[in-house]
Design a protein around this ligand. Structure first.
Ligand SMILES: O=C([C@H](O)CO)[C@H](O)[C@H](O)COP(=O)(O)O
Length: 208
């Protein structure tokens, strides 16, 4: 199971430094939506990371004008880009085609969409589908049960990522469960005093 470390709400300089420290520890390093919005793809493109081992995910959360945003995201060195499941089918389909053309990856963020919508967009076989509990939501998120239920509802979806306040215990449980392909962790790594140590603890816990 892969670990994706989401870097949010820091300066671009700090994000670049932390990305280098996490290179090879986290399988995927995410430049979160807050970074993309604060600094934009031009700045991210002009400060290339040149990661040695990890992939770079840019959390664009594209909702419309998908082809434009995805072209710009890939030009800004993203290996994986995100599109919202709440977008039109055509936005998802067009971003998928662009992603396939450039041999990169995309994650469809399932934040706040219902089963009926997921059914209509469940056929993008190379996409990663992201089960995502809102950071703003007051409700609790049982990542393990949600992943089990999602797998029962959509057994043909093979690439699943899970996000939303995930801690070490949940990451361990998800790893043992063996359904999700990636666990996405933000605050519980980047919000810690020693993010590298925290990332290593996640990796250790995720060893089956
Ligand atoms: O995508 C995210 C969220 O919508 C804020 O932009 C986060 O990267 C994701 O939820 C992981 O962060 P934590 O929930 O803090 O673990």
């Amino acid at each position: 199971m892969k670990l994706q470390a989401a870097i949010d709400r820091v300066s671009l300089g700090d994000a670049v430094t932390l990305a280098h420290r996490l290179d090879g520890i986290a399988d995927v390093i995410e430049f979160g939506t807050s970074l993309v919005k604060d600094y934009g793809l031009v700045m991210i493109k002009e400060n290339p990371l040149h990661l040695k081992k990890s992939k770079l995910l840019l959390d664009l959360k594209t909702i419309d004008e998908g082809p434009y945003e995805f072209r710009r995201g890939f030009e800004a060195h993203g290996d994986i880009l995100t599109v919202m499941a709440g977008s039109s089918y055509d936005t998802i389909s067009k971003t998928y085609d662009i992603t396939q053309d450039v041999h990169k990856e995309m994650l469809i963020d399932l934040l706040e969409v219902d089963t009926a919508k997921i059914k209509t967009i469940s056929g993008f076989k190379n996409a990663i589908y992201g089960l995502h509990h809102s950071r703003d939501a007051e409700s609790n998120f049982d990542a393990i049960s949600a992943t089990k239920k999602f797998h029962e509802d959509f057994p043909d979806i093979k690439r699943i990522a899970v996000a939303g306040g995930i801690d070490v215990e949940q990451a361990k449980g998800l790893s043992q469960q063996g359904i999700a392909d990636t666990v996405i962790v933000g605050s519980k790594i980047v919000g810690e005093e020693d993010p590298v140590k925290a990332a290593k603890q996640f990796k250790e816990a995720m060893k089956k």
